[in-house]
Design a protein around this ligand. Structure first.
Ligand code: URA
Length: 235
């Protein structure tokens, strides 16, 4: 099979865009960089990597990582006709859906798949995969506030578990906080800050476990690499 066709079948990009990626030297066949367009591969034997990570033809299951922008809902369709994150994912015959949710006004890392077992595992309340957020808050956040968030706060009928919380910067106008939680109550981060009297003005999920948004711009997605799928399945 032609290399660009193979890459496109893996969901990397359109064939033309794949040619650009090949020419830029990011693609290797069996650990050797290939820049020649029109190269043929044996899909049974050859190992193709992009940026040193193995790619594979989309099988029954598809897995994407998306950098969700603000202004999209994380449902497959929306009765209010707002834009949905599915508009940002390549068309598929599979019934893909987001794993978990992010608020309309939250940006950041969202996984999209049709793998029901993985979705169930990752979204089960007993599952403790850390989710890291960059939080922008109106006004000053004190070290006492940070200590409260770390210990756990009452967000209305639920006390949050221990969290990792770092104050990045704070002044009278605005503060930035990095926070990792292992739960996923509805609007949890916004409610945690409300419980200490602070209003969140921007919220971005920057990591899920060890997966990050590295290399993606807002609105962009890419298929997960083999090693990333393996990581999530083995958690
Ligand atoms: N916490 C929130 O408040 N909103 C999100 O979208 C995610 C976590």
């Amino acid at each position: 099979m032609r290399l660009n066709k193979f890459m496109a079948s893996c969901g990397i990009a359109s064939r033309r865009k794949c040619d650009e990626i090949i020419e830029s030297g990011r693609v290797k066949i069996n650990a050797k960089t290939v820049k020649k367009l029109g190269t043929q591969i044996d899909i049974k034997k050859d190992l193709v990597t992009v940026d040193d990570r193995a790619i594979r033809i989309k099988g029954d299951f598809e897995y994407y990582i998306l950098y969700k922008p603000v202004g999209y809902v994380t449902t497959v369709s929306d009765p209010q006709h707002r834009k949905t994150v599915m508009e940002l994912i390549p068309e598929s015959r599979k019934r893909l859906y987001p794993i978990g949710r992010l608020d309309y006004n939250t940006s950041g890392l969202l996984l999209v798949t049709n793998d029901g077992d993985l979705t169930q595992k990752l979204t089960h309340p007993s599952f403790e995969l850390g989710k890291t957020y960059l939080v922008t808050v109106k006004g000053e956040v004190s070290l006492l506030d940070i200590a409260k968030l770390k210990k756990g706060v009452d967000i209305g009928g639920f006390v949050t578990s221990k969290a990792q919380v770092n104050l990045i910067r704070s002044n009278k106008k605005e503060s930035k906080v990095k926070l990792t939680i292992h739960e996923g109550k509805n609007r949890q981060v916004r409610r945690m800050f409300l419980s200490i009297g602070k209003k969140v003005t921007a919220l971005e999920r920057i990591a899920v476990g060890k997966l990050t948004l590295s290399g993606l711009s807002e609105g962009e997605c890419r298929p997960l690499f083999e090693n990333e799928i393996k990581y999530l399945k083995e958690l």
